[in-house]
Design a protein around this ligand. Structure first.
Ligand SMILES: *Cc1c(COP(=O)(O)O)cnc(C)c1O
Length: 367
């Protein structure tokens, strides 16, 4: 994207992503870690993120062949897993050519793999549904599926995997039940295991297995943000990887009783200095952000007031006597945790990051 005069941009701190990847590795020191870079690396720019991790990542995970090919074409090597496998049998030719590993989660995919005639072996991750109830074989089917793949001469490495529904809920026994169901299905099979997303990397060491799959933690957000169970988890050592920043484009003083923005959602209780910043929901700032959502101006915290517009937001500058148009505004980053903005908008940081609009340039920085 060409650099625009509009002051809005997302600065991506590649050194922070490397730091966070190392955190994932040190929390699960006996496991290899697939850096999850699906959805354009959660909005951070998949090619740049994968390049920043290329020297140390054990591999990468993406959602689909298109995402994998983009990385391969930009020179990213090593293990690369398709988290949902292929959507049609023709894709297996691409998987083969690009040297990808694929999830096999259903009978159709299993048949496609077994009936393929690849010129190199296909690595298959057998997905078991241990309680998420989205995709995957039932644990009782594992032995049969695994045996059929093992007997197939063009199947290479096999790994057994599952995905947790509630790993961020530290008090809830559901994750233990999922681990138990997984191990029962495997019944002692000598096969690689992969269970852990970011929350499980932190909270469920018994689920680290041979391969972890950290996603959100790489981008510097605690997987426990908004769950109220932040408490004893050492997620604080993560470094925010994205600073979404813009600038003030207007500063005005309103009288008590004057409303601000669409619908007059916010009404000044007292004479109020109001700032307008160049960002709106068309850029991915959440339209549901409530009055009081944290924002920083010149490094100092304040709050959103009034409804978010398509291209602008309004914020409280009371007490910011020196504030001027052009002053920097941080929507989230090192001063304003993305998780706090997400919470104030009834969503999660994953959605904020992946919702960054096309007109927001990503600026990749490395220390
Ligand atoms: C997206 C995804 C992950 C990463 O989850 P985080 O919560 O972002 O760590 C791991 N495994 C699978 C199967 C996924 O789809």
């Amino acid at each position: 994207m060409t650099r625009s005069a509009r002051p809005l941009r997302a600065r991506i701190h590649l050194d922070a992503i490397r730091h966070n990847y190392r955190r994932a590795k040190s929390l699960a020191p006996r496991s290899r870690a697939l850096a999850v870079v699906k959805a354009n690396a959660y909005g951070h720019g998949a090619i740049a993120v994968a390049r920043a991790l290329a020297d140390e990542a054990d591999g990468f995970a993406v959602a689909c062949v298109e995402e994998a090919l983009e990385l391969r074409e930009s020179g990213i090597q090593g293990p690369m897993l398709l988290l949902e496998g292929v959507f049609s049998p023709d894709e297996i030719a691409l998987v083969e050519r690009a040297g990808l590993a694929m999830v096999v989660h259903c009978r159709e995919q299993l048949d496609w793999v077994l009936n393929a005639h690849p010129s190199r072996r296909l690595d298959c991750w057998i997905k078991l549904d241990t309680g998420m109830h989205r995709v995957g074989f039932s644990p009782s089917e594992f032995a049969e599926v695994n045996a059929r793949l093992a007997a197939c001469p063009h199947v290479g490495e096999r790994v057994a995997m599952t995905h947790f529904a509630r790993a961020d809920e530290l008090e809830h026994p559901y994750t233990l039940a999922q681990i138990e169901a997984f191990e029962q299905g495997l019944n002692g099979a000598r096969i690689g295991r992969s269970l852990a997303n970011s929350a499980a990397v932190f909270a469920w060491p018994q689920a680290h297995g041979d391969w972890t799959r950290p996603g959100i933690m790489l981008y510097g957000v605690s997987p426990f943000a908004g769950t109220g169970s932040n408490a004893n988890m050492d997620a604080g050592d993560l470094r925010p990887a994205m600073t979404l920043e813009s600038a003030l484009i207007a500063v005005r003083d309103l009288d008590a009783g004057e409303p601000v923005g669409y619908g007059g959602r916010f009404v000044c209780e007292r004479p109020t200095r109001v700032g307008v910043a160049a960002i709106g929901y068309a850029d991915g700032y959440p339209r549901h952000a409530r009055d009081g959502t944290p924002i920083a101006v010149g490094g100092r915290l304040t709050r959103l007031i009034g409804r978010v517009s398509m291209d602008m937001i309004t914020l409280d500058l009371t007490g910011f006597d020196e504030a001027r148009p052009g002053d920097p505004v941080e929507l989230w980053g090192r001063t304003v945790p993305a998780g706090a903005v997400a919470e104030a908008s009834d969503t999660i940081a994953y959605q904020l990051f992946t919702g960054i609009g096309r007109r927001v340039p990503l600026l990749h920085e490395d220390a």
